[in-house]
Design a protein around this ligand. Structure first.
Ligand code: ADP
Ligand code: CA
Length: 447
């Protein structure tokens, strides 16, 4: 039986989905994680503790293991494990993205530079330092723009600003976010994110940030698979809620996209060009693009599949999950990718309306009872401290829908969400960075 090394960071949401998939496929699984597990002693071939923060060392550890229990494929469940997965595969001689390409895809500045050099349509950008003179930076910047960290995910720290005043405030806010991210381990996940703070978050990148031109227009997410450099689109999701900022909380993803076939093809070509520019050649990608007036613009391409629990919205062929598809693709050289089932499906990442402690979620049965709703999964636990964007990195949960049309899916998700009553006990002594909603509000509070 073939053996896969499944890289599962302790913070991932995708353990169940990947382990379930491996079990259904009947392959031997070794789980690689960054924390030791007491079960390792009981079944030494089932668990491997790896230095996720040191890919070269992790690769040597995996090679030692593979000498006794040969590994046939390495699958990284999310971005925190992408660099390690590439390093291990390279050492074991397995088909995989190069180490350099995964590193490039994990750092937003390197990604922008690669896109620029390859002529991939992507926002104009400037790399800045927290130590730069902020007033001078603000005065040189064109508005509206977006400021963002280089190595966080899930829109954490991504802020749209429209004026020099807002710029200075937003950079101050980003500085606190970066400092906290440095001090604390990553958590949680959503579709665009997987709860994985990149290992490329070096001390130097925690003082850097990007200022980008704000690209308006509808946004889509493309789930794709690369095979020997060729991209196959697996699903294209529309994001029907406008993402105009100042923060970019993801909510609804619906597939199939309502965009015209030619536009979808253009998007896929653009994502393929972007993956090529990064040097990615094998395995899943998750790409986000905006549709500007003169065509698609790439916001980012990650060398991993969709995050959080969102993959549950996808089924392929005769019922295969995305995780099964990824494992089979990694194991079987000539695996023919099945089509997504044609049913319209979608997922809503339940927004975190405000900061505070989660006390109760009421109306769960009513929310599940909406026609077209498959499930409502609350992933935050009661008592958990919730922080909205841009500081937060956690979603409350996920609503899954399936119906005759994308519009019906969207309506079902909205109806279901409206039946939920999320009881959050507000923060006592609210602080600016914990509990604000717009740049205008921070200035009011500051003033
Ligand atoms: P993350 O890795 O945290 O998801 P992204 O760069 O993907 O960071 O940004 C998160 C979201 O912010 C995007 O999905 C998009 O909606 C918005 N965004 C980011 N950069 C831009 C930009 N230059 N123009 C318009 N929107 C942007
Ligand atoms: Ca993103």
């Amino acid at each position: 039986m073939p053996r896969i090394l499944l890289l599962l960071p302790t913070t991932t949401y995708r353990t169940e989905a990947f382990i379930g998939a491996a079990q259904r496929l009947g392959v031997d699984v070794t789980i690689g994680s960054e924390k030791p597990n007491t079960l390792t002693k009981l079944n030494p071939t089932a668990l491997l503790t790896l230095r996720f923060d040191d890919p070269a060392q992790a690769a040597r550890q995996a090679a030692e293991f593979s000498a006794k229990h040969p590994i046939d494929a390495v699958v990284a469940a999310d971005s925190q494990a992408v660099a390690v997965g590439a390093a291990i595969s390279e050492l074991l001689g397995l088909r995989h993205n190069s180490v350099a390409s995964s590193a490039q895809a994990e750092n937003k500045h390197r990604m922008r530079r690669a896109f620029e050099q390859a002529g991939v349509p992507s926002p104009e950008y400037r790399l800045c330092l927290l130590d730069d003179e902020r007033r001078a930076l603000a005065d040189r910047t064109e508005y509206p723009c977006v400021i963002k960290p280089l190595a966080l995910s899930g829109s954490q720290g991504v802020i749209r600003v429209d004026t020099a005043e807002e710029f200075i405030q937003a950079v101050g806010r980003l500085e606190i976010i970066l400092k906290r991210a440095d001090d604390a381990p990553p958590a949680s996940g959503n579709c665009g994110n997987d709860g994985a703070q990149s290992q490329v978050g070096s001390p130097e990148s925690s003082r850097q940030f990007l200022v980008e031109k704000f690209i308006s227009g509808p946004e889509v997410a493309l789930e794709g698979m690369l095979t020997r450099g060729e991209l196959r689109m697996l699903a294209l999701f529309d994001k029907p809620d406008p993402l105009n900022g100042p923060f970019f909380e993801e909510t609804i993803y619906v597939t199939p996209s309502l965009l015209a076939a030619e536009v979808q093809e253009e998007i896929t070509r653009c994502a393929a060009q972007a993956a090529r520019a990064l040097g990615l050649t094998e395995g899943p990608i998750h790409a986000e693009l905006r549709l500007a007036e003169d065509g698609p613009v790439v916001i980012e391409v990650n060398a991993r599949s969709i995050g959080g629990l969102c993959s549950r919205a996808l089924r392929f062929g005769t019922g295969m999950s995305l995780e099964e598809l990824i494992i089979r693709h990694a194991l079987e050289k000539d695996f023919e990718l099945p089509n997504r089932q044609s049913q319209a499906t979608g997922v809503m990442m339940i927004p975190t309306a405000r900061a505070g402690r989660l006390i109760e979620v009421r109306g769960l049965d009513e929310a599940k009872a909406v026609s077209g709703i498959e499930d409502v999964a609350i992933s935050a636990h009661m008592g958990q401290w919730l922080v909205p964007l841009p500081e937060g990195s956690q979603y409350l949960g996920f609503i899954f829908g399936q119906a005759d049309s994308p519009q019906a899916v969207e309506a079902a998700l909205r109806e279901s969400h409206s039946r939920l009553e999320i009881v959050i006990q507000p923060t006592v002594g609210r602080t600016r960075e914990d509990d604000c909603t717009s740049p205008a509000e921070w200035s009011k509070k500051d003033g």
